[in-house]
Design a binder for this molecule. Sequence first.
Ligand code: ZN
Ligand code: ZN
Ligand code: ZN
Length: 148
Amino acid sequence: MEVQLDNILKNRGIRPTAMRLLVLRFLANSKTAKTLNAIENSFDMADRTTLYRTIKLFEKKGVVHQIDNGTGVANYALCEENCNCVPGKDLHLHFHCTKCGETLCLTKHKIPKINLPNGYMPENINLLVTGQCPSCFHKVDKNCSLSL
Ligand SMILES: [Zn+2]
Ligand SMILES: [Zn+2]
Ligand SMILES: [Zn+2]
C-alpha cells in the first residue's frame, strides 16, 4: 500500500514527504469526500497551513479534485489513476446524502459531453445529485420491516 501511494505522488511529479503520504493515505482509505477540517481533525500534529498547502498541491497536480456539495465548504476526494479532470472524459457525478451528510464520487458515472454555445470552453463541470445514499436509504427499509 505504502509503495503504491508513493507512486501516485511520484507519477504526478510530487516528492513524497511523510505529511503528503499521510494525507494521501487518509483520502485513499476514506470512501467519501472529506473537508479540510475533517482531514485536519484526523491528524493531531498537523499544522493547518501545511495541510492546506498539501491539499492545494494535490489539487493542482491532479491527485485530488474539489467537490462543491452545496454546503459552501469544499470537499476533496482522490482522483482516479490517469485522471486529468477533463470534462467529457474524467469528470463524474457526485452524490450528497441529505441524511448522513456524506459526499461521494460516483466515478463509474461520468458526466457526458455537454453542448455549449460556440466560443465557450468548459474547464470544469460540477454535477451534484442530492438524496439518500444506499446505507441511509436501506436503514429506513430495515426499520420498516422490523416494526412489522
Ligand atoms: Zn481528477
Ligand atoms: Zn447517507
Ligand atoms: Zn469525485
